[in-house]
Design a protein around this ligand. Structure first.
Ligand SMILES: C[S@@+](CC[C@H](N)C(=O)[O-])C[C@H]1O[C@@H](n2cnc3c(N)ncnc32)[C@H](O)[C@@H]1O
Length: 276
């Protein structure tokens, strides 16, 4: 994986009764910036059972030697995938999409060019496809870049097939234009899929983007990082927004007061980038 821009040892690696879990916490912090403290030991144990069995490692120490030696990047990616939390749903925090409809997709100054939107930490795709559905409902289109550190969840997002229970959040009047019936469930229609391009990206590593975004969605992702990493990311997002661009964050996340000069609140968990 690409080298991260944070220190190699998380404060949270200490305090584990079993030092192997401390090493595991240090590894996931190094690879994805995710802080897993001792209180997450049983979650880690449960999620690792399958990985140990699949890799043939007899115990956690042997598994860590396998993934941390640089020879099994495929298994390292599987480990990152096992330890990320991918909970998401369509139109999560629906007021964000109302705001998008009333601003970006109604902005006359954007006529003639497609809005560029980044869904950072997109999980299984419901967030970027909700953005695409919002654009379509305004007879608009957008160029949506959707990224995640978890390659397995990105593969699911690209497949774009969802079960009956998963499409519940999609407003009824949007469903017919959003999905095709397929044997495995409901597939996002081609016109919506065409708006979204997925790519693996670790938020703590290099960002390969050129040109600013009109809006960035980074919701319910930063909450897993330590305060210093969160602070760095809020600043880095500003470098990727055009002046006047929007930052949408998760319901339990918070922009520090020191940044309120450039990221001005314009709605609940919505900020406009206004550099002085
Ligand atoms: C809880 S989901 C949030 C999904 C969506 N943004 C939402 O709000 O519904 C968090 C996502 O962040 C991703 N993630 C965690 N660490 C990351 C990192 N360092 N870089 C990029 N994505 C990361 C996880 O893989 C996961 O898919």
């Amino acid at each position: 994986m690409t080298a991260p821009d944070h220190p190699a040892a998380p404060p949270a690696a200490a305090g584990f009764d079993d030092p192997s879990f401390g090493r595991l916490a240090a590894l996931i912090y190094r690879e994805a910036g995710i802080v897993l403290g001792p209180e997450k030991t049983s979650m880690m144990r449960a999620r690792l059972t399958k990985r140990l069995a699949a890799s043939g490692a007899p115990d956690l120490d042997a598994y860590l030697r396998l993934v941390d030696g640089g020879k099994r990047d495929d298994e390292l990616a599987n480990l990152v995938s096992a330890l990320t939390t991918n909970v998401t749903h369509f139109f999560r925090e629906s007021h964000h999409f109302d705001f998008l409809r009333q601003t970006v997709f109604s902005d006359p100054s954007l006529r003639g060019r497609l809005p560029r939107i980044w869904s950072a930490g997109c999980s299984s795709g419901q967030e970027p496809y909700s953005i695409a559905m919002t654009a379509q409902s305004c007879d608009a289109r957008a160029t949506i870049t959707a990224t995640d550190v978890d390659r397995q969840i990105l593969a699911r997002a690209e497949r774009a097939i969802y079960a009956d229970a998963e499409i519940g959040g999609v407003p009824l009047h949007l469903r017919a234009a959003a999905f095709d019936r397929v044997p495995e469930g409901w597939r996002i229609r081609p016109a919506l899929r065409a708006m979204v391009s997925f790519q693996p990206l670790n938020l703590h590593a290099f960002w390969p983007f050129d040109g600013p975004f009109d809006a960035i969605f980074c919701r319910n992702v930063i909450i897993y990082f330590d305060p210093a990493a969160q602070m760095r990311l809020w600043s880095r997002f500003c470098t990727q927004l055009r002046p006047g661009g929007l930052l949408f964050i998760g319901h339990s996340e918070r922009i520090p007061d020191t940044m309120r000069g450039v990221l001005r609140p314009v709605g609940h968990t919505i900020y406009r980038y206004l550099p002085s």
